[in-house]
Design a protein around this ligand. Structure first.
Ligand SMILES: *Cc1c(COP(=O)(O)O)cnc(C)c1O
Length: 334
């Protein structure tokens, strides 16, 4: 493995490009015309909901796993996750012929466990909570000499997610504003690193759920903080940034212009609009940028706005609940 070092750079993202291209799709940038009329700016959607494994996380996982030494590859990788990061690590490792172990708590629904097993990983059910599963993950990492693949706070992961920024600039050189879902900050750090390096005038806005938005509160506090986790439709955004955060907190602090939050009903309306009007399946965490746009929460927008739809992994049950409850009548984008 290349020695761990400081913050990722634009060169790192450029180098990540070829690695990422070998495993991930170059997703389309979709011009949403009725939505554009509605908000008064040209709106473009970056369709990472159509990405392999259903979210952008495959980009960072690919770049991290590709940096492993032959010896590390032979021993295998490990992570703790029930969601998109687990799918991404499982899939990339399988593609590279590397053994992958994913730790999940025993409370995780069977469907999630099976989805990751089907991607070729060994799923270990351990503990009754995420924290217990994380402890077990750390123990196995040491005991079996496995390499831990972090979900966001890692230079290679950030550089991998940054490839979205390169694609955005190529497809929309006239971009004024980017709306990016924000949790641990790997996604927005990578994108902002590229946009601010190559086109400093672009506004980069992070969007989080209003239920325990840890990065937003950490920025206000001026240091990484912890909050009790809350249930949210944007389940991919739940969780902390780590009190010992090494990269993303400072990158977000320096490179991101603004962070806004959206409420549960607003996320539900965005998921519904995406399905009804745009014919796109978007999960809660992937729809927060669209929600912020629809609520007029980001001002000024400029003429050309890119919204990252970061993932599409939503259970049919959950989707049905959202559609049944959402107040969206279909009028917003007509
Ligand atoms: C992980 C994830 C995010 C947040 O990414 P961070 O790098 O943690 O900020 C957003 N959307 C989806 C769908 C995700 O899976």
């Amino acid at each position: 493995m290349v020695e761990p070092r400081g913050e990722p750079t634009l060169d790192d993202v450029n180098r990540a490009r070829r690695v990422v291209a070998a495993v991930a799709r170059r997703t389309p940038l979709f011009h949403a015309d009725t939505l554009s009329e509605h908000v008064g700016s040209a709106v473009y959607l970056k369709l990472e909901n159509l990405q392999r494994t259903g979210s952008f996380k495959v980009r960072g996982a690919a770049n991290r796993i590709a940096a492993l030494s032959a010896e590390e590859r032979a021993r295998g990788v490990i992570t703790v996750s029930t969601g998109n990061h687990a799918r991404a690590v499982a899939w990339v490792a399988h593609r590279f012929g590397i053994p992958a172990t994913i730790c999940m708590s025993r409370r995780v629904p069977r469907g999630k466990v099976e989805a990751v097993r089907a991607l070729g990983a060994e799923v270990l059910l351990c503990g009754e909570s995420y924290d217990e599963a994380a402890l077990e993950c750390g123990r196995l990492e040491r005991e079996r000499g496995l390499t831990y693949i972090p979900p966001f706070d890692d230079p290679w992961v950030i550089a991998g997610q940054g490839t979205i920024g390169l694609e955005l600039l190529e497809d929309l050189p006239q971009i004024d504003t980017a709306l990016v879902p924000l949790s641990g900050g790997g996604l927005i750090s990578g994108i902002a690193l590229v946009l601010k390096s190559l086109k400093p005038g672009v506004r980069v806005v992070g969007v989080s759920q209003d239920r325990a938005p840890v990065m937003a509160c950490s920025l206000k506090a001026g240091r990484p903080i912890e909050l009790p986790e809350e249930e949210t439709l944007a389940d991919a955004l739940a969780g902390g940034i780590g009190l010992d955060n090494r990269y993303t907190f400072r990158l977000v602090q320096r490179l991101v212009d603004d962070v806004v939050v959206v409420r549960e009903e607003e996320i539900a309306d965005a998921i519904t609009l995406a399905l009804q009007e745009l014919h796109l399946v978007v999960e809660g965490g992937g729809a927060v940028g669209l929600a912020a746009l629809l609520q007029g929460r980001v001002q000024p927008l400029g003429q050309n706005v890119a919204v990252v739809l970061s993932g599409g992994n939503i259970d049919l049950d959950r989707l049905q609940q959202v559609l049944a409850c959402s107040g969206h009548s279909g009028g917003a984008s007509r």
